[in-house]
Design a protein around this ligand. Structure first.
Ligand code: SF4
Length: 390
């Protein structure tokens, strides 16, 4: 039986006129792959000399032809980041509210068929988590859940008012919602929403999202449009590096970003760079991105968009994150627990979504950042923090 025949996929939402699903329908994956495969050294030099880069320039900078120019790219990336964001790195903590999930994603420890203990925080457990996270000094958090109807709007509407008074910045990474729902959550304190597409190649997406609502490719793809329509302050994009050819996926994401920026110019945007990590029932990456290539990708994003917020999680090793501080990042998670109740309780590892790599206490990470000449910001980066922005 083919992989696709074994899937229990839900019906696919139609493409929506004007939203990114309709744009992607006119884009060929192969043509997009050709963009970076056909790059030569001259294309790289042209991209490096430009102030405002287009998609082809971005493809040039992430191509193998740009590898000899990595130091030049990094120097420019650091300079642009300092000009735009000042000498700061913001720290945040993810708060896992629930690991219950009705989806089957091949790369995730929370997948419904994994026999792990499931937990959705109640009010009392949440209060303990908040106290533990505040005790570490954080003022910016990212709420994370699995995707299930049991942990949806009524739960969010109950919990967010309990969380918001304790933090100045509240972001969310949960199942895609309707525009009206995002608006409701914004009204009770939500500042940012992250929805990672994982991969922009539909066929590959369906091979990794075997069951549940997440297998609806278009509905997820258009979530950032709905977040923009709702007027949410910040929209976060990401692909899971390794599911597909990372260069082609990154170019697709750059197209997605430009589409959103044109339509929702009042919103800020962020990108993240998760690489596939081991988890229960984990998979082998289709395309491995090396440390050096990841550095190149990060610098290319900064050159592509000086205003973009860029975030690095504790999936990466302490050594990589030490070097990454000066590369162009604006935000980092620290001392993350990827299981519900993980900060307050000594929760079992089997509840985790993925293993973290940088396990240092937040104080140690803050010191490391300061030693590199950066100021640590405990809330999300805000334009008022920079003296140099226009
Ligand atoms: S990636 Fe998200 S939706 Fe998929 S199994 Fe994990 S928690 Fe559920």
């Amino acid at each position: 039986m083919s992989a696709l025949k074994r899937l229990h996929i839900c019906p696919q939402s139609p493409e929506v006129e004007g939203q990114f699903s309709s744009v992607l329908a006119s884009q060929s994956w192969q043509q997009t792959a050709l963009l970076h495969e056909s790059i030569n050294e001259q294309d790289v030099k042209v991209a490096l000399a430009k102030k405002r880069l287009d998609i082809k320039d971005f493809a040039a900078l992430i191509s193998p032809a740009a590898e000899p120019y990595l130091m030049q790219m990094l120097a420019k990336s650091e300079q642009l980041t300092q000009q735009r964001f000042g000498n700061t790195v913001s720290l945040f903590a993810p708060l896992y509210l629930s690991n219950t999930c009705a989806n089957e994603c091949t790369y995730c420890g929370f997948s419904m068929s994994n026999a792990i203990k499931r937990l959705t925080l109640n009010e009392g457990q949440l209060a303990k988590e908040i106290a533990a996270i505040k005790g570490k000094g954080f003022d910016s958090i990212l709420l994370v859940t699995g995707e299930t109807n049991k942990v949806s709007m009524p739960y969010f509407e109950r919990m967010i008012p309990l969380i918001k008074p304790h933090f100045s910045q509240l972001s969310m990474e949960v199942q895609p919602l309707e525009a009206e729902e995002y608006k409701t959550l914004q009204g009770i304190g939500l500042d940012a929403v992250l929805v990672y597409q994982e991969t922009y190649r539909r066929q590959t997406y369906l091979e990794h999202h075997l069951r549940g609502n997440k297998s609806d490719f278009n509905y997820r793809l258009d979530a950032p449009d709905r977040i923009g329509q709702a007027g949410i302050h910040k929209i976060g994009l990401g692909v899971l590096l390794g599911l597909e050819d990372w260069r082609t996926d990154s170019i697709m994401m750059a197209k997605h970003l430009r589409h959103l920026q044109k339509r929702y110019w009042r919103s800020r945007f962020s990108v993240a760079f998760p690489r596939i990590r081991p988890c229960e029932g984990g998979i082998v990456p289709k395309s491995v991105i090396s440390d050096r290539q990841l550095v190149q990708l990060i610098a290319a994003w900064r050159l592509f968009d000086a205003d973009l917020e860029m975030s690095l999680s504790t999936r990466e090793s302490a050594e990589f994150r030490n070097h990454a501080v000066r590369m162009g990042f604006t935000t980092m998670s620290a001392e993350s627990k990827t299981q519900p109740g993980g900060y307050a309780e000594d929760a079992q590892q089997a509840l985790e979504q993925f293993e973290i790599s940088d396990e240092r206490p937040v104080g140690e990470i803050a010191n490391m950042i300061r030693q590199q000449g950066r100021e640590v910001i405990w809330k999300d980066w805000d334009p008022s923090l920079s003296h140099t922005h226009s």
